[in-house]
Design a protein around this ligand. Structure first.
Ligand code: ADP
Ligand code: MG
Length: 386
């Protein structure tokens, strides 16, 4: 964190020739459980992680916006008068898209001053830890303060989502921004994607001596976009055939009826979503009643459901999960959209080294690309840094 503070402060000063007015930051996130439930109006349970994006801001006396990042050679400049989704492209669409989206949520962009911003991050990009929500949330909290907008964090989450949907053009839900803005240390955010109600639930990983190991398989499959779209279509078809608005409206008691009505493949897609929603709720209840060592079986069941019913796993993810469990993780599952990406393994601190070694060795034996393994902790959400 201190390194990031130094790079953004120095980066800002050397690009813009003055010291920044302030620093803000926001974390990436990992989803503990609740996969492919968001677009079915269901439940997810992500937490903010100890990898952050830091932004250094200065206000200007004119209407110019200048954005720079350690991630890019070139700075991008645009007038507030030209701020519109069709004028935004590339990485700067994330920060500038947030500025535009604030205008859609009540900021009077005709009156606010321009700004300079320099951005740095240690959230890995494209590894499924949502570097995109980290940059959006950091910029959103900064501008909310600097432009004195007084928007609450739930609104800022929708600002980030709107920026990503309209300025970047990625049809994402609100999970990532909610985790990044509402997260708290050693806690996760229980989010109802229908009502957008969010509740912060203590995880108790620290007291139980547990850590979450990320196993990035570094696999990305060309058909992940098509696979995601076809799973969404199956869910919509299942809901339509069962006469409900979304799969959120079904419970496990409805699965017998679903078996009679649906073809085998659609039934299995539906069963994943229905049981996954139940597992998210069970995870929250189990944490409260029995603590974190009792949630392992729910993580395992989530993986099997994605592997067998939703069919979005790949051999690398299955190997990561099976090997981590065999080496002492108390529960493990693939996370994210599927067809590659990362698995997570809830692991006693004392066994992190053994699990890491076992997974690395198993990948080498199978001839798979070496995976990247690292621990994340549940951390505080976005805020002012200094
Ligand atoms: P992720 O899974 O990490 O969220 P995305 O494709 O959604 O992957 O978002 C990654 C994109 O966000 C990058 O390609 C870049 O355009 C933008 N981005 C993330 N972090 C930074 C940063 N520090 N500086 C500039 N752009 C960033
Ligand atoms: Mg993203």
């Amino acid at each position: 964190m201190n390194d990031l503070i130094t790079t953004v402060t120095d980066g800002f000063t050397s690009r813009f020739g003055a010291a920044p007015a302030g620093l803000w930051s926001a974390p990436g996130r990992v989803n503990l459980i609740g996969e492919h439930t968001d677009y079915n109006d269901g439940f997810v349970f992500p937490f903010a992680i100890n990898r952050r994006t830091v932004v250094a801001f200065g206000l200007r006396s004119d209407r110019l916006l200048r954005v720079a990042s350690s991630f890019a050679e070139e700075s991008v400049e645009l007038s507030l008068d030209d701020l519109a989704p069709e004028n935004l492209a590339g990485w700067s669409a994330y920060p500038l898209g947030v500025a535009w989206a604030l205008g859609q949520f009540g900021a009077d962009l005709a009156l606010v001053p321009g700004f300079d911003v320099f951005i740095d991050s240690d959230v890995p990009i494209g590894a499924g830890l949502s570097s995109s929500a980290a940059i959006e949330s950091a910029v959103a909290v900064a501008l909310n303060d600097l432009w004195q907008l007084g928007l609450d964090r739930r609104v800022l989450a929708r600002v980030g989502q709107l920026a990503e949907n309209r300025a970047v053009g990625a049809p994402t839900g609100i999970m990532d921004q909610s985790a990044s803005l509402l997260g708290e240390a050693d806690s996760a955010v229980f989010l109802d994607c229908r009502t957008l109600e969010a509740e912060v639930i203590p995880l108790g990983f620290d007291a139980a001596g547990l850590e979450l190991l990320i196993i990035d398989t570094r696999v990305s499959h060309a058909h992940s976009t098509g696979g995601y779209a076809s799973r969404r279509a199956s869910c919509e078809r299942g809901a339509r055939m069962l006469g409900v608005t979304s799969l959120r409206d079904l419970t496990v008691d409805d699965l017998d009826r679903a078996l009679d009505v649906l073809d085998d493949e659609t039934f299995r897609r539906v069963r994943h979503v229905v049981t996954e929603n139940r597992r998210v709720q069970d995870t929250v209840r189990t944490l409260r009643e029995h603590g974190p060592t009792a949630i392992g079986a729910l993580l395992d069941a989530s993986h099997l459901s994605m592997r067998d019913d939703f069919e979005i796993s790949v051999p690398e993810l299955d190997l990561a999960v099976d090997t981590a469990r065999g080496a002492g993780a108390i529960g493990a599952r693939m996370t994210g959209g599927g067809f590659g990406g990362a698995a997570i393994a809830l692991t006693p601190s004392a066994l992190i080294a053994a699990v890491t070694a076992a997974v690395t060795a198993a990948f080498a034996v199978r001839g798979f690309t070496a995976p990247d393994l690292f621990v994340v902790r549940a951390a505080d959400g976005a805020g002012r840094q200094q």
